[in-house]
Design a protein around this ligand. Structure first.
Ligand code: FE2
Length: 198
């Protein structure tokens, strides 16, 4: 066995190392396990794309809410009871039209408006997506299954710590008589990131 392999095989796994750090913190009364459990609950049950879906559905049926949402996203989502962390100082909602497709990325890391659209999927954090979507957005979207007509303008928005984005997809024409609840059910995380249309 080459020396390098021997070193790798003798090291503890990531899981074992995380468990060891967690146990050491717990022993010192720092309640790491409790914090991890709380975070896991928030990520799986509270910060879910269904929140953003409710916001979009409301904007589709209520023109006055839509105006407020586009003017000040943070205040408008608070009307529906959705909060954002303090450091998410601005929520900018990007309205798609037949000729404009908005797409979100974070070229530095993985920032999203996660309390509304959920934690970022793995591909969003991938260096390939982060670097390519800003240079060849149309090609990346096509590879992800969204083949846009040449006359559709693609606008890419790079998230920062204090400015978070959410795409407001177009309402499909066949949904004209649908209820807000029915509308919310067709929204997807990817459509609110901007890599899919409905
Ligand atoms: Fe980031």
């Amino acid at each position: 066995m080459p020396d390098q392999d021997r070193v790798v095989n003798s090291a503890a796994s990531i899981e074992q190392r995380v468990d060891a750090v967690q146990a050491a913190l717990d022993e010192r009364g720092l309640e790491a396990s409790k914090g991890v459990a709380e975070l896991s609950h928030l990520a799986q049950d509270v910060w879910v794309p269904e929140n953003g879906a409710r916001v979009v559905a409301k904007a589709w049926v209520d023109p006055e809410f839509r105006k407020r949402l586009l003017a000040n996203g943070r205040d408008a989502v608070a009307e529906l009871g959705f909060t954002m962390p303090k450091h998410h100082r601005h929520l900018v909602v990007l309205e798609n039209t037949p000729k404009v497709q908005n797409v979100i990325c974070c070229t530095l890391c993985s920032c999203t408006a996660f309390t509304l659209i959920g934690l970022p999927p793995d591909w969003y954090k991938d260096l390939e997506y982060r670097s390519r979507v800003v240079r060849e957005s149309r090609t990346v979207l096509k590879e992800m299954g969204l083949d846009l007509e040449p006359d559709v303008e693609v606008r890419v928005w790079d998230t920062t710590t204090d400015t978070r984005y959410m795409v407001l997809p177009e309402r499909p024409p066949e949904t004209v008589v649908w209820s807000e609840q029915q509308l919310a059910a067709i929204l997807t995380r990817d459509s609110m990131i901007g890599v899919a249309r409905l």
